[in-house]
Design a binder for this molecule. Structure first.
Ligand code: TYM
Length: 360
């Protein structure tokens, strides 16, 4: 079959460039420095709750001020690891866009995009998956938790962490702001980057986890578990769009022990510690400072105080989100621009990966 000169040049150039780079640095050169790049993602599976917000999104916003390159993705490919209604999913992608903007994500300072709009995530996931053993995935606590009780789990749910590694590595992400539940996935991303680098040259950085001061917000009904969208009882969590009344009701009903004094003891008083943690996340105070300030306050009154702080924090977000949702065209255009900017980084990177692997 005859190949045009244009085709050959187009496909050989990345390989040539890369070969030159590999000649300059030794194949396993651990001293290669990578520019700092923040990458993180969130699933469009409904309105985020205060666990998502204080555990991750607040950090995303702060990092925009201190990093030249920040990329945030609405990870719709991850969301279909459990069945999604197409109309609802479409709606959720736009409402997540509105929500992130309302929280303070600035699409002009960084990149905000929809994962499935950049086809290279799945391409890289395949390559990484071909270098990942089953036992690595079997050991992940998230897999054990999510598949527990399922008669027959889906393949996507099992390989989901490999796709997450691809998300980060496709952009050579160096710092990944997430909640504590995701740290095992970032560990896997590091492991897969190391395996790839050992085989093909030091190409990927080893991404690092960034946690907030509130990396694991607990369920209001079961303070031994993390707050989660998947817990059936909506009173277990506070969504970012809850009304002031709903927030006050949920905090009032939060499960705490019967001791009225305010002390911080995660192991023995997890429900109260969760509320103190929320106050700390909002005010930047330390738990001991909060306890000192509330030494004459009873736990019932303290709940009301925390509820007021949450209402104050969330009200502007809820109102801004309502405004943003009235212009869906604007939201779609932000995602389109985000996709274009993400593609500019992803396209040359996947070409280099393909060249290293031997496809080009
Ligand atoms: P997701 O959509 O479940 O959650 C989004 C972020 O919220 C954090 N989070 C919490 N933090 C503190 N307390 C809680 N109770 C709590 N619940 C959720 C999560 O840790 C997460 O940071 N797999 C990821 C999405 C993802 C991703 C990525 C993240 C896909 N690709 C690449 C980083 C980099 C997830 O399901 O997040």
């Amino acid at each position: 079959m005859a190949l045009s000169i244009g085709f050959i040049l187009k496909n050989l150039r990345p390989a040539g460039r890369l070969a030159r780079r590999c000649l300059c640095s030794s194949v396993r050169d651990e001293n290669v420095t990578f520019p700092e790049r923040v990458f993180s993602g969130i699933q469009p599976t409904g309105i985020p709750h205060i666990g998502n917000y204080f555990g991750a999104i607040k950090n995303w916003i702060k990092l925009q001020d201190t990093n030249d390159s920040v990329i945030y993705s609405i990870v719709d490919l991850h969301s279909v690891t459990v069945p999604q209604d197409p109309t609802t999913l479409r709606e959720n992608i736009l409402s997540m866009t509105a929500c992130l903007l309302a929280c303070g994500i600035d699409p002009d300072r960084g990149i905000l995009f929809q994962q499935s709009q950049v086809p290279y995530h799945t391409e890289l996931a395949w390559i990484l998956g071909c270098n990942c053993t089953l036992s690595r995935l079997d050991h992940l606590p998230t897999w054990k938790e999510k598949s527990a009780g399922m008669k027959d789990a889906m393949l996507g749910l099992y390989t989901y962490p490999v796709l997450q590694a691809a998300d980060i590595l496709l952009y050579k992400g160096t710092r990944v702001p997430v909640g504590e539940d995701q740290t095992c996935h970032i560990e896997l991303a590091r492991a897969l980057a190391k395996i790839f680098n050992n085989r093909f040259g030091h190409y990927f950085p080893l991404p690092e986890v960034l946690l907030t001061e509130a990396p694991r917000i607990k369920s209001l009904r079961h303070p031994d578990k993390k707050m989660s969208k998947s817990e059936a009882n909506p009173k277990s969590r506070i969504d970012l769009t809850d009304s002031p009344d709903e927030i006050r009701q949920k905090v009032k009903k939060a499960v705490i022990d019967s001791e009225p004094k305010i002390t911080y003891d995660i192991d023995n008083r997890p429900g109260l510690a969760n509320l103190i943690g929320l106050e700390c996340a909002i005010t930047d105070k330390s738990p001991s400072q909060v306890c000192e300030e509330n030494c004459n306050v009873m736990s019932g009154q303290y709940k009301l105080k925390v509820a007021d702080l949450i209402v104050e924090e969330l009200t502007p977000i809820r109102l801004q989100m309502e405004r943003l949702l009235s212009d869906r065209q604007h939201l779609s255009s932000i995602l389109e621009k985000g996709r274009d900017k993400a593609m500019e980084i992803a396209e040359p990177n996947i070409a280099e990966v393909k060249s290293l692997v031997g496809f080009l």
